[in-house]
Structures are given as structure tokens and as C-alpha cells.
Design a protein around this ligand. Structure first.
Ligand SMILES: [Zn+2]
Length: 293
């Protein structure tokens, strides 16, 4: 049986209250306590095809995806692709762009208790952030956490343009992430964000972003087909298509992506993770090193 948290009273609920009106236009059916499931439907940012994601209660069992009869465990062992988004699957049954949903699960501390049925092959992008997922599940109390992983040795994942590694963690810090990015655009430049797991609710509203001069190339490659002008922040020579949710929205979104990919370790991580100019490829490579220690 799922428990429900009282509305309000938590710092995290303030994040959602600021954005509730903006979420109204999306097809989100939050867990109300009356039904046995909650669902969201909407187009994927890359495929442009609408899919439906339904959460079913499954007490004490690991959170996992289900597509038809295929169950997909949420671990790095099942990652199929990391180009522009994280795609996970079993054999030829795959689901793309799982990272924002997984980041919301991490923020809410949900490691068991749900099977997530996906009718489609890409998770809806909604407004480009993780707010919709958080909104759907925010009143559901988490079940007891699995035993966290504390890495006993160094782990560094380097890829061509960035890296993810470990820094010494303080004993009272279960998880800290530090993310640094640099883009030669006057509205971004060099940015950094650091915070504990309990600070990660500050990442939920940060939206996916891209650059106008890369948009054509993206669409020619068959990606970005679901971009509608309002579900991603696009930087061009003069500014952005949408007003930013703070100057640091780009680095907060990168931190959100990292948190989502770290969920694929399969357990909470107790460590200080540092990512610099990292991609999903580096995130997942790192998460896999930790998982298989
Ligand atoms: Zn993202």
C-alpha cells in the first residue's frame, strides 16, 4: 500500500507550486490516492511521437520499465545508446530519453514500489524539465531505500570532450554532485553547480537546451522531431526562444541529466561526483564503473 505525504510543508513542494499553472497544459494525471495508477502522455523530443507512461504500484519490487510483456531493469547493464539522450532496453525493445523521469525518481527517493508501463519508445519531453514527473509522484511516500553504494576506489569515466569522476566525500555527505560546463555563448559561458542529494529538487525545473545553428543538423539526422518551440530552450545569436528559469538553468539541466543517469547504478550512491563538460556517454560509463566496482 502506498502512503501519501501531506501536501505542502516540504521545501520541494515549493518548486512545483511555482510551476503548476505551466504544467496544466500537459496530459498529466498525478497519483491522487484514489486510483491504482498515475499516467502522463505526450510526444518525445526526438521521435515526435506521442507515448503514454503509466505508473503501477508494485510494493517492494525494484522500479523498472515494462513495454508490452518485456520488463527493462533500470540499470546501466541495459543501456543501448547515449547519443543526445539515454536509451535503455532489452534486445530490440527500447525506450529513449529516460533521464528526466529517472532524475525525478532519484529526487523523490523511489527505488522500489513501481512498475512503469511505457506505451511507445520514448519518454514524453513535457516542458523539457523533470517537473511533470515530480508532480505526478510527489505525494507518494518512498519505500525503504536499498543499501547505498560507497565506492572503495577511484572511478573516472573520460570521453572525448568531458569526464565524470569522484572527489573525496565528507562523511556526512551521502551524495554530492558538482557539475561544470562551458559553452562559447554569451548567455552561458562557464557555469558550475554543486549540491547534495537533498538540494537536487532545485534542478527539477531546468529544461533541456540546444543551439539554433545545430537544429537543422539534428532534424536531418531524424532527431529533435518533437521540438515545438516550447519544450526546449534554444540559444541563438540574439538570445533564447523562452525566458530562462535563472541564468544557471543550463548547468542545472546538465546536473539533472547526471542525476538521472546515476539512477542507473541501481542503488543510491554515497560519494562526491564531479562532472565536467560531460555527456550521457560519460555519465553512463561512470555509473557502470561504480555499479560493477
Ligand atoms: Zn536532459
Amino acid at each position: 500500500m502506498l502512503l501519501f505525504l501531506a501536501a505542502g510543508g516540504e521545501e520541494v513542494t515549493m518548486v512545483i507550486e511555482q510551476h503548476l499553472q505551466r504544467l496544466e497544459k500537459f496530459d498529466i494525471h498525478p497519483w491522487s490516492g484514489r486510483g491504482t495508477s498515475a499516467w502522463i502522455s505526450g510526444p518525445g523530443i526526438h521521435s515526435g511521437i506521442t507515448s503514454r507512461v503509466r505508473f503501477h504500484c508494485d510494493p517492494l519490487a525494484p522500479v523498472r520499465l515494462r513495454v508490452g510483456k518485456t520488463e527493462i531493469p533500470l540499470t546501466t547493464d541495459f543501456v543501448k545508446d547515449t547519443y543526445l539522450a539515454t536509451r535503455i532496453g532489452v534486445e530490440d525493445v527500447t525506450v529513449s530519453t529516460v533521464e528526466h523521469l529517472l532524475a525525478a525518481l532519484y529526487v523523490l527517493n523511489h527505488w522500489t514500489g513501481f512498475v512503469i508501463e511505457v506505451q511507445g519508445d520514448e519518454i514524453p519531453i513535457l516542458d523539457g524539465s523533470a517537473l511533470g514527473w515530480y508532480h505526478m509522484l510527489r505525494r507518494v511516500a518512498p519505500e525503504p531505500m536499498p543499501t547505498p553504494i560507497t565506492p572503495s576506489r577511484e572511478a573516472v569515466a573520460e570521453v572525448r570532450e568531458g569526464y565524470v569522476g569522484l572527489e573525496p566525500a565528507l562523511p556526512d555527505e551521502p551524495l554530492r554532485i558538482t557539475v561544470k560546463i562551458g559553452f562559447p555563448h554569451p548567455s552561458i559561458g562557464m557555469q558550475a553547480w554543486t549540491g547534495l542529494r537533498t538540494d537536487c529538487h532545485n534542478l527539477l525545473d531546468a529544461r533541456t537546451f540546444g543551439f539554433n545553428h545545430l537544429l537543422d543538423r539534428l532534424i536531418v539526422s531524424g532527431r529533435g522531431m518533437g521540438f515545438d518551440g516550447e519544450n526546449a530552450v534554444v540559444f541563438d545569436d540574439v538570445g533564447t526562444n523562452l525566458s530562462l528559469r535563472g541564468k544557471d538553468e543550463p548547468v542545472r539541466h546538465k546536473a539533472l541529466d547526471l542525476l538521472g543517469d546515476l539512477y542507473l547504478i541501481g542503488k543510491p550512491l554515497h560519494a562526491h561526483v564531479v562532472a565536467e563538460s560531460a555527456s550521457h556517454e560519460a555519465h553512463v560509463k561512470f555509473a557502470n564503473l561504480i555499479r560493477h566496482g
